[in-house]
Ligand binder design. Structure first.
Ligand SMILES: Nc1ncnc2c1ncn2[C@@H]1O[C@H](COP(=O)(O)OP(=O)(O)OP(=O)(O)O)[C@@H](O)[C@H]1O
Ligand SMILES: [Mg+2]
Length: 338
């Protein structure tokens, strides 16, 4: 008889939700956005479709990002999102309830943790397990976490930058900061407002960041035009921004991420820190695609820095590997405290 896999892994990220199914790997990536009819409470769109509505919805529709800084900010919208996406990858989930493993950030409180479990059950799971994002990220990035040697992973996502030094299959030191891709977008919006008196949307800011953004001063100066609204006249206006502008805009936030990495290393036991210095730091998460971020961190710490393959998908890939290998899963899921 054909056995049916009913184990699902969800990387519930601030920007993207990625779903892996046991035996099938990563099957779905959608923006963590839900569009809801305010009057009826009905869900109108989820993921890409909903993201297109962000900032341009009529009065009775709201497009919400239900996670903030890696934490559930809107429980009901998150439930709708998970239920909808799980149903998409497993239409039979209505009858055969799946077991769901959901990743959580390390700085999560007990109350927030219970909210994640609750949302999984409400979305129709038979059982909900939690796994730390950094652990999944390290596994997905291919780090040899089982060895008695230190290795370091830094996951720069949309809402948070999470990092950990691991050894012997466990997290030794972890640290996180609520500064990541979203904050860089906000920095760009703010910089353009201050310099040109023009307000642009966060989606436009994100596009600029991806196109010409760089973490360390670039050799070549690129330019890009962006449309916004002049705050004095209220009229549309196009401004031209340069690589230098964007670098200036993001400078302080990048420094905060860097400082968090340095603090983490300072807290790491010397033997493990010396392993990390030798082997280097591995970056994952969408933010690690920012140009020159590896060079910036490497120059400022004096430690080699590598970007993981398919960096945005490391956490989801780590989840798939854990789903496929029950021993890894048993060791990695978070056991109840106290
Ligand atoms: N080429 C790029 N250059 C710069 N930033 C990028 C690039 N591609 C993606 N990003 C950024 O990566 C971020 C999303 O990363 P990721 O998918 O890892 O986040 P997430 O897992 O949803 O968030 P979190 O883990 O913080 O909850 C976004 O801020 C996005 O703008
Ligand atoms: Mg993430």
């Amino acid at each position: 008889m054909k056995s049916m896999s009913k184990e699902i892994g969800i990387d519930l990220g601030t920007s993207y939700t990625r779903i892996s199914v046991r035996g099938r790997g990563l099957v779905l990536t959608e923006p963590t956005v839900v569009a809801i009819n305010k009057i009826t409470g009905e869900i109108l769109a989820v993921g890409n479709q909903a993201k297109e509505m962000l900032g341009r919805t009529p009065e009775n529709i709201v497009a919400v990002k239900p996670l903030k800084d890696g934490i559930i900010a809107d429980f009901e919208a998150t439930r709708m999102l998970i239920q909808n996406l799980v149903y998409r990858v497993m239409p039979r989930s209505l009858f055969y309830k799946p077991k769901i493993v959901i990743t959580i950030p390390s700085a999560i409180t007990d109350v927030e943790e219970r909210a994640v479990e609750g949302v999984g059950y409400k979305a129709g799971a038979k059982a909900v397990y939690l796994m730390e994002e950094v652990m999944a990220g390290a596994i997905g990035a291919g780090l040899e976490i089982e060895k008695p040697e230190g290795c370091m992973i830094v996951d720069i996502g949309g809402g948070t930058s999470e990092m950990a030094v691991l050894s012997l299959g466990g997290v030794v030191i972890e640290n996180s900061v609520k500064v990541a891709g979203d904050k860089l977008d906000k920095d760009i919006v703010e910089y353009i407002r201050a310099k040109f008196n023009v307000l642009i949307g966060e989606t436009e800011a994100e596009e600029i960041k991806k196109q010409i953004g760089t973490a360390s001063a670039a050799m070549t100066e690129e330019k890009v035009s962006v449309k916004g609204r002049n705050l004095s006249t209220g009229l549309p206006e196009t401004v031209t921004v340069t690589t230098f502008d964007i670098n200036q805009a993001m400078k302080d936030s990048l420094e905060i991420i860097l400082k968090t990495i340095k603090t983490t290393l300072e807290k790491t036991p010397p033997e493990l820190a010396s392993d990390v210095m030798g082997k280097g730091i591995v970056l994952c998460g969408g933010g690690s695609h920012l140009k020159n971020i590896d060079r910036y961190i490497s120059e400022q710490t004096g430690i080699p820095v590598f970007i993981a393959e398919s960096a945005s998908e490391c956490v989801a890939r780590g989840l798939s590997l854990a789903l496929d290998n029950i021993e890894v899963l048993k060791k990695s899921v978070k056991t109840k405290k106290g």
